[in-house]
Write a protein that binds this ligand. Structure first.
Ligand code: CIR
Length: 264
């Protein structure tokens, strides 16, 4: 089994009524909580359909962006690393996640430097390395601390750059299998995926780049037919999930879960 695409567990958090105050680069309208919850239910059901155990945490109204649990931790087979989100309103979300990971993992460590910032959305774990994109949320100190924490577990970190104006590195890319990455052209043009097979998202469908490969399925946001067809033509089983409300807050498929197989 490949630990970068096969998982026994996921953690999600239900969206809170305060989601209307969630961070966004551009205001494209107020997210509808009921519709977001319906999309979230479909997302969780799809993860469960693959046989995984999904822990659904209750909503945290004090943190408007807390549905986007991916940013709070990096989960590796050997242990979990609690992040230090670069958005001040999200810093407290990481401490809220820690006890849930301690319940499942033997080793839980954390980014602690007061000048270190790093969010899970900037981290792409492949079978051979951990790619971390520097961004407005992730800085050099955060990447250096992560590099030191995961080295004893045998992982190497490679720093890459997030395209200007893009929230997170993984806003623009996802792992489809151990050698294949789905990417926007603006990111793959940087050359950071040399040695991997790259499938570019269709022009105008850049928001389709944030997908997840979870066991046998690729979860793709609904509404990107040319990218869907390209992924399906490459032999993947694609499942489309409604994402209109999370998209208003710059969120996609990866942001909504932590995916992992804890080592006993
Ligand atoms: C934020 O700006 O932090 C949230 N509105 C969206 C976070 C999306 N997370 C992710 O891509 N991992």
């Amino acid at each position: 089994m490949s630990s970068s695409i096969h998982f026994t567990h996921a953690i999600t958090r239900r969206p809170a009524p305060s989601i209307t105050a969630g961070l966004r680069a551009v205001d494209t309208g107020t997210p509808d909580l009921a519709l977001m919850q319906a999309h979230h239910d479909a997302y969780v059901a799809t993860l469960r359909e693959t046989g995984a155990t999904v822990v659904e945490l209750s909503a945290l109204d004090a943190y408007p962006d807390s549905v986007f649990v991916e940013d709070t931790a990096l989960c590796l087979p050997e242990g979990a690393v609690i992040m230090r989100p670069g958005a001040p309103s999200r810093l407290g979300e990481a401490a809220e996640m820690a006890p849930h990971l301690r319940a499942l993992y033997g080793q839980v460590v954390g980014i602690t430097g007061q000048e270190s910032f790093i969010e899970g959305g900037d981290i792409l774990v492949t079978e051979r390395e951990i790619l971390v994109g520097r961004s407005a949320r992730t800085n050099a100190a955060g990447i250096a601390e992560l590099t030191a924490l995961v080295a004893p577990w045998g992982h190497t970190v490679r720093e890459v750059h997030t395209p200007p104006g893009v929230l997170h590195f993984k806003t623009d890319c996802s792992l489809l299998d151990v050698d294949t990455i789905l990417s926007t052209k603006r990111l793959s043009a940087s050359g950071c995926f040399a040695g991997y097979t790259v499938i570019d998202v269709a022009d105008g469908e850049e928001a389709a780049a944030n997908t997840i490969r979870f066991n046998d399925l690729v979860l793709l946001p609904e509404g990107f037919p040319r990218t869907r067809d390209a992924i399906a033509a490459a032999g993947f089983s694609v499942r489309e999930i409604g994402n209109s409300e999370c998209a208003k807050l710059d969120g996609g498929m990866s942001c909504l879960s932590l995916r992992f197989t804890p080592r006993a």
